[in-house]
Design a protein around this ligand. Structure first.
Ligand code: AGP
Length: 606
């Protein structure tokens, strides 16, 4: 996703803007730029490619100024190049934008008729000319209000003005925007992470709001231009100097961190002394909830699918799951005794946020499971369950996936106990088993060598299928997604029992198929499905768990055995070889593992 930074100060800002843009690189981008105002001139430097390239260009241009805006762009309208890079500027106004202006084509036509000349293919550039047009007859605030009313779609904006070189305007609709407070300077950023190296004092704009930022004062306004007061939050600075350590990639580090993040999460939520769950101030009683709707995107959606199995096993609730981008446009039957649970690592995913907003507008019970507690989704949910994983920088979600599953499992146990759907003995057993999960994850990570040897064959493949039954099916989907987004290989997660209804036709001699068959109630059926694909020439990589019983291994290509544990917790362990499989396949292919092509860490556009 795009990233925005703005700084107004009593000292030079270019270096600080570059440093903040680097904090936003994790979002995924393809071009970058900076604009400043200096001695009555508005200057910009932009580039295709990474912030390193921008920094090189800046060293030649010697861009000066005590006020400026910066941007890393993830292309939505217009190919990635330096012309389409932000900021976009007229002679007197410069804009950086995250989001999509849905009526940009119409606005562009109207502005061209008024004589405005466009340089780029972007939707953003219409904002520059629209503001320039309104400023001819209106003061700054009125012009901003008129422009925001004209724009359809989503935006987070940073705007500077040659004729008012002491202020930055920020505006938010649908894409997050934060304000940071410093000594004799103030900041604008897409998220607090971009600003943490300069301050931990943060305010967030709500949808429809805009702000006027000066180095010694910030004013906030609602969509009618009425002043609003903002709380100044002290955000935690943990992780602000997050780096790869000895690892080659953030993803590698984050996969290996999982035993620690699981331990931290268990410690946060489980009372070891009383073998009970520490979720306090849960706003609803057990009898106020009769159904659950779990909503997310991508990997977060897979954790929702996983939770459905646990809720169905451990409670008497009706449980549904939906992809956020589908849910938000459905003709939903909202019920007041449904608990809507939104899962999002970043807490900024536009579709998930829109689905939450829809539920809030219908006065529903909303709860979110997030990794960023200051995020928009967290702030707009009635109840928030952090996953305590620390910053996840790799675009491919790994430790956050296990964290999401863990928190959903713990929430499921909590609700089951509240509703008396689970007996005390079983409840205590399940609580106790959580204490071993971190160690089991660590032991399972040690399957590394086996996975690496398998990957040499995997790295050349053109396509693959991941098969699983029951709760192994969401894990099959997740394994396929990891291989797609990291090794750019077409991979499909499929219910093992569904193969004979069509996809079996895809199986050809030598095609690699990953079969998830832990020794659970589905084991025998899945092994039969596995034999069906082997009989048609598939090369099967079997992922199962250690057991005293011999595993079926006739004609399978390779087998990886994870540690043994309860059925509830096997999904955590069988995920790990799949994360590594994708990682090593991408490594072998020489791809950019932390920032895969076309992808972004936080998808803040529809
Ligand atoms: C997962 O590896 C992907 N990067 C992507 O599917 C991600 O899970 C999805 O975009 C949702 O992001 P969120 O958890 O921040 O909402």
């Amino acid at each position: 996703m795009c990233g925005i930074v703005g700084i107004t100060s009593n000292k030079q800002v270019t270096t600080s803007i570059i440093n903040s843009l680097r904090k936003l690189e994790y979002r995924g981008y393809d071009s970058a730029g900076v604009a400043t105002i200096n001695e009555g001139h508005l200057n910009e430097v932009k580039c295709e490619g990474r912030v390193d390239v921008l920094e090189k260009n800046l060293s030649k241009s010697n861009l000066k100024g005590t006020i400026g805006i910066g941007h890393v762009r993830w292309a939505t309208h217009g190919i990635p190049n330096s012309v389409n890079a932000h900021p976009h500027s007229s002679e007197s106004v410069s804009v950086v934008h995250n989001g999509i202006i849905e009526n940009s084509t119409l606005l562009k036509k109207l502005l061209i008729k008024k004589g405005h000349k466009f340089k780029s293919q972007t939707d953003t550039e219409v904002i520059v000319h629209l503001i320039t047009e309104y400023l001819k007859k209106n003061d700054l605030k009125k012009s901003i209000l008129k422009v925001l009313k004209k724009l359809h779609g989503s935006f987070a904006l940073g705007i500077i003005f040659k004729d008012q070189p002491d202020l930055i305007v920020g505006a938010r609709r649908g894409s997050p925007l934060a304000v940071g407070y410093g000594p004799n300077e103030n900041y604008l950023g897409s998220d607090s992470y971009a600003l943490k190296s300069m301050t931990n004092k943060i305010s967030y704009l709500n949808d429809g709001e805009f702000c006027i930022l000066k180095k010694d004062n910030v004013e906030f306004f609602d969509k009618k231009g009425k002043k609003v007061n903002k709380k100044v939050l002290e955000v935690s600075l943990d992780g602000q100097n997050y780096d790869k350590g000895d690892y080659k990639h953030f993803m590698a580090k984050e996969v290996e961190e999982q035993p620690t993040t699981i331990k931290n999460c268990v410690n946060e939520y489980i009372d070891k002394v009383n073998s009970d769950i520490n979720i306090f101030n849960f706003p609803w009683k057990g009898n106020e909830i009769s159904s659950i709707m779990l909503i997310g995107c991508g990997t977060a959606y897979h954790s929702c699918l996983m939770a459905k199995y646990w809720f169905e096993q451990l409670t008497t609730l009706n449980v549904n799951v939906d992809i956020a981008s589908e849910f938000r446009y459905r003709n939903n039957r909202f019920k007041k005794d449904t608990l809507y649970i939104f899962v999002s690592q970043s807490g900024e995913t536009a579709d998930t946020f829109a689905a939450l907003d829809l539920c809030n507008k219908n006065k529903m019970k909303t709860c979110s499971v997030v990794n960023v507690v200051e995020s928009s989704i967290a702030r707009e949910s009635k109840f928030v369950l952090p996953i305590h994983c620390g910053p996840e920088i790799g675009v491919a979600s790994t430790k956050a996936f296990l964290g999401q599953m863990l928190v959903l499992y713990i929430l499921c146990l909590k609700i089951s106990k509240m509703r008396k759907d689970i007996d005390k003995k079983k409840y205590l057993e399940k609580i106790k088993s959580l204490f071993s999960l971190s160690k089991l994850t660590k032991q399972t990570l040690e399957t590394d060598n086996k996975v690496q040897s398998v990957c040499s064959s995997f790295a050349e493949i053109k396509g693959s299928m991941f098969l699983g039954r029951g709760y192994s099916y969401p894990i099959a989907l997740e394994g396929a997604l990891k291989l797609k987004e990291l090794a750019y290989v077409h991979a499909e997660g499929y219910p093992a029992g569904e193969m004979k209804h069509g996809p079996l036709a895809l199986i050809e001699e030598g095609m690699p198929v990953v079969v998830l068959a832990p020794r659970d109630e589905y084991y025998k059926k899945t092994i039969s499905n596995m034999q069906e694909v082997i009989a048609r020439g598939a090369k099967v990589l079997l992922i199962t768990n250690k057991s005293k019983d011999e595993v079926y291994s006739e004609n399978i290509w390779e087998k990886i055995e994870v540690e043994n544990t309860s059925e509830d917790l096997l999904p955590f362990l069988i995920t790990i070889p799949l994360q590594k499989l994708a990682y090593y396949s991408a490594l072998k292919r020489g791809y950019d593992i932390d920032k895969p092509r076309n992808l972004a860490k936080s998808v803040t556009v529809e």
